[in-house]
Ligand binder design. Structure first.
Ligand SMILES: O=C(O)CCC(=O)C(=O)O
Ligand SMILES: [Fe+2]
Length: 412
């Protein structure tokens, strides 16, 4: 699978030998099982062997072209799963080791995948939605993607530090992965009352062209505004409705699952009000989230999404473009995570107390896995500019529900 005589392999080996020359041999002993797995899949040398990675696309004859086009391939039985059929007649999988985790391979048609890529870039990565770039730059109001397409050489200027503004003390930037307090209905009011000052723009930022900045787009907020400094939502800014296309995809994914089967032998503690999965077909309503943009070298370290007051409601995670290794473990980093290869169109649902607060991360974007159905799109000449960007990109649309049913946040 990996060509050890290739130039890229030899370069990675040289780099590896150079950077590890003075490394303490005992360093690996201190790694938690999650950290060890991250390191393994992140490594450029030796490149990871994916035979122990779950790859359910292998079972789907309609995805042959997608698999043949990329060098990376996992195994369909690398991790213990339970197969089921969704209400829409599609294959779905649950995981005995992570109750509440559901994988719906190729849940989205190629057309829907393309629609969501366009939505992420054209419609969503612009005001009023915040992006990681807004902290440091005064972006064009049409959004960084539309400005790039119209004239990529347009220069974008740094956001000046305003002398009379109050800023957050600590430097904020792309996603910082410090542990925060788990939100819940009891501490909601006190977390909500903490002041949420804006992060200061960095003083060293230089003017940049739209096209250069686009490669540094990392996230765009969905719904309720997230405050990275405190790692809590800032409800005082109000809520932007979740776009109907995304909302419908998430709702149809949640409604396609018989939750009583998923939680049939569940013994986890759902809190004082008990399980709420029986209401999800009717009451699940996404209201927050993030669109993540990953370039091939980007990773997302182990973390728990614990800012949502509801710790059980489904989180729907949509993969688009290049494939990735997704790791998910348990409530601490000491659980050995399971590795899952996520491809374009796959939907993951994280739900219930054991899964929703489980550590997870994305240690690797798999290069050259941009699927053929996103390369040749007849009758869409406008796609070419998306294709160029997406050839080295993975987009993840990650959608959550912040409040449990019948919880009245009484937001002023
Ligand atoms: O990119 C992914 O698949 C996961 C993203 C994620 O975990 C998050 O946005 O919190
Ligand atoms: Fe996450």
């Amino acid at each position: 699978m990996i060509d050890s005589s290739s130039k890229a392999y030899k370069k990675a080996r040289r780099q590896y030998l150079k950077t590890t020359r003075n490394r303490d041999q005992n360093i690996e002993k201190d790694w938690t099982p999650f950290r060890a797995a991250e390191k393994y899949f992140k490594a450029r040398f030796p490149p990871p062997d994916l035979t122990k990675v779950l790859d359910l696309a292998v079972l789907d004859s309609t995805r042959g072209a997608e698999l043949a086009a990329g060098v990376w391939l996992g195994t369909p039985d690398a991790v213990e799963t339970r197969a089921f059929t969704t209400n829409a007649g599609r294959p779905g999988y649950t995981f005995p080791s992570v109750p509440g985790l559901v994988l719906l391979p190729a849940f989205l048609s190629p057309e829907k995948q393309i629609e969501l890529v366009k939505w992420s870039l054209v419609d969503h990565s612009k005001p009023p939605n915040e992006t990681n770039l807004d902290i440091h730059y005064i972006l064009p109001t049409e959004g960084i993607w539309n400005a790039h397409v119209r004239d990529g050489t347009t220069v974008v200027h740094p956001r000046p530090i305003e002398s009379d503004a109050q800023y957050l003390k600590q430097e904020s930037g792309p996603r910082q992965l410090i542990d925060n307090i788990s939100a819940n209905t009891d501490n909601f009011e006190s977390l909500n009352s903490v002041s949420k000052l804006p992060p200061p723009p960095a003083a060293t930022v230089q003017p940049s062209t739209c096209s250069d900045l686009l490669s540094r787009l990392r996230w765009a907020n969905i719904g309720w505004f997230y405050h990275w400094g405190t790692k809590q939502y800032d409800f005082s800014k109000g809520k932007i409705p979740v776009h109907d296309t995304v909302r419908q995809v998430c709702k149809s994914a949640v409604q396609s699952i018989e939750w009583k089967d998923v939680f049939a032998s569940d013994t986890a503690d759902w809190g004082p009000d008990g399980p709420d999965w029986m209401d999800w077909h009717e009451n699940y309503e996404p209201d927050a989230g993030i669109v993540n943009f990953y370039q091939t070298k980007d990773t997302l370290m182990a973390h728990v999404d614990r800012s949502e007051v509801c710790a059980t409601s489904p989180l729907v995670s949509i993969s688009l473009g290049n494939a990735a290794i997704f790791l998910i473990g348990g409530l601490t980093r000491d659980t050995d995570p399971i590795p899952i290869l996520l491809r374009s169109g796959d939907v993951v649902i994280m739900s219930g107390p054991a899964c929703r607060r489980a550590y997870h991360g994305v240690p690797r974007i798999l290069d050259n896995t941009f699927p053929p159905h996103m390369i040749d799109i007849p009758d869409d000449p406008g796609w070419s500019v998306f294709k160029t960007y997406m050839a080295s990109t993975r987009i993840n649309v990650n959608v959550r529900q912040v409040f449990p049913r019948e919880f009245d946040p009484r937001i002023a």
